[in-house]
Design a protein around this ligand. Structure first.
Ligand code: ASP
Length: 325
C-alpha cells in the first residue's frame, strides 16, 4: 500500500431528488472538476493544500451551500462557517459567522498558519482577515437565493420546516442544501480534512453548526485518519461525528467501516435523514456513509485514471469498484 494518495469530496447530504436531474448532473460535474483540481495539487503538494483547493473550488462554484452559493439565515443574511485541519501537526483553523469573505476556507487556513488560535468568529474574524491581507467583500444575495428563502420560509410558516432542535429530524428528509467537505492523504502519508458551509436555510442569526467545530464537522490526525461531515449540524455536534469516525480508525477499523459505524450511531440517536460523512484512514483507504436519500461525493486517487462520482445509493457501486477497500 505504498505511495497511495488520494482525495474524497462531498457536496452535502439530503433529499437530492428534490433537484431537477439537470441540477444533479451539474453538481456531479462540479464535484468531478473539484476532485481533479484538488488532485493536481496533491500530485506535488500536501494533503492540506489539496483539501483547501477542493473547498475553494466548491465555494466559488455557486452550486453548493458554501461561499458564493451560501443559503440565507432567517434574517435573510449570509453567515458562513469553515474549518481545516492538518493531521501531521494537529494544527487547526476555523471561522464562524463570517459574512464578507469570498472564501471562508482561506481564512480558516490563515487562522491555522498565522495565528496562535484555532477558532475566530464574526466581525473579529473579518477584522483579522483584513489585517492578514484578505479582501472584504460581501457575498451577493441573488434573486435565486431570495426565491429559495421564500419557498422555505413558507414551509416554516406552515410548521413544516425545522429550525428548532425538536423539529430538525425531518430537515434533510424533505430538503437538501449542499455543504462541502474534503479529506485527503498525500505521498508522505499526511492526512488533512476541511469543511465549509453557509449552514442550513433559516438558521437563526449567530447559529454555529458542526462545520467549524473541530471533531464535529472535520477532523484529521495522521495516526487515526481524517473525516468531514454534513447534515443536521446540531446532531453531528452531539456525537462528535468526525472525531468518532477517527477514533474507530485509530483502533484499526477501515475508513469505510468507520464511516458506517459513525452514521449508525447518528441514526440510532437521532433517526434517519440526519447526515453523512467521508473518511480516509492512514493506509489510504477511503470511506463514506450517509442516512439520507443521497450524498454528493467524488473520489480521485493515484491508482485511478479519472474521478468517480456518485450521489444516490444505487450509483455508489461506481465509487466502490474504483477504490481499494
Ligand atoms: N452541517 C451543516 C450545518 O449544520 C449543514 C449541512 O451539512 O448541510 O450547518
Amino acid at each position: 500500500m505504498t505511495n497511495i494518495y488520494g482525495i474524497i469530496l462531498h457536496g452535502g447530504a439530503g433529499r437530492y431528488r428534490l433537484f431537477t436531474k439537470e441540477f444533479v448532473e451539474k453538481r456531479k460535474r462540479e464535484l468531478r472538476r473539484a476532485a481533479l483540481y484538488a488532485f493536481e495539487e496533491l500530485k506535488t503538494g500536501s494533503a492540506l493544500d489539496a483539501v483547501e483547493a477542493a473547498i475553494k473550488y466548491m465555494e466559488d462554484s455557486g452550486l453548493f451551500n458554501a461561499g458564493k452559493g451560501s443559503s440565507l439565515t432567517i434574517t435573510k443574511e449570509i453567515e458562513m462557517d469553515a474549518g481545516i485541519m492538518d493531521g501531521k501537526t494537529l494544527k487547526c483553523g476555523a471561522v464562524a459567522c463570517v459574512k464578507n469573505i469570498k472564501n471562508p476556507i482561506k481564512l480558516a487556513r490563515l487562522v491555522l498558519e498565522k495565528t496562535d488560535h484555532i477558532f475566530l468568529a464574526g466581525p473579529g474574524a473579518e477584522k483579522v482577515a483584513e489585517i492578514l491581507g484578505m479582501k472584504i467583500e460581501p457575498i451577493k444575495i441573488t434573486p435565486e437565493k431570495i426565491r429559495k428563502f421564500e419557498r422555505v420560509f413558507k414551509l416554516w410558516l406552515e410548521g413544516k420546516w425545522g429550525t428548532h432542535l425538536f423539529r430538525l429530524k425531518t430537515l434533510y428528509k424533505d430538503f437538501i442544501e449542499g455543504t462541502v467537505g474534503a479529506v485527503a492523504i498525500d505521498k508522505d502519508r499526511n492526512i488533512a480534512a476541511a469543511t465549509s458551509t453557509g449552514g442550513y436555510s433559516l438558521k437563526l442569526p449567530g447559529r454555529v453548526g458542526d462545520t467549524p467545530l473541530v471533531g464535529c464537522g472535520f477532523y484529521a490526525d495522521n495516526s487515526a485518519g481524517g473525516a468531514s461531515a454534513t447534515g443536521v449540524g446540531e446532531y453531528l455536534t452531539l456525537i462528535f461525528a468526525c472525531k468518532t469516525a477517527c477514533d474507530f480508525m485509530r483502533q484499526g477499523v477501515s475508513a469505510m467501516k468507520a464511516a458506517e459505524a459513525t452514521i449508525d450511531i447518528l441514526t440510532r440517536r437521532f433517526g434517519p435523514h440526519t447526515g453523512g460523512i467521508i473518511t480516509v484512514d492512514p493506509m489510504g483507504r477511503i470511506g463514506f456513509a450517509y442516512n439520507t436519500e443521497g450524498m454528493g461525493k467524488s473520489i480521485m486517487t493515484s491508482y485511478m485514471g479519472e474521478p468517480a462520482v456518485a450521489v444516490f445509493p444505487e450509483e455508489d457501486h461506481i465509487i466502490l469498484k474504483s477504490i481499494k477497500k
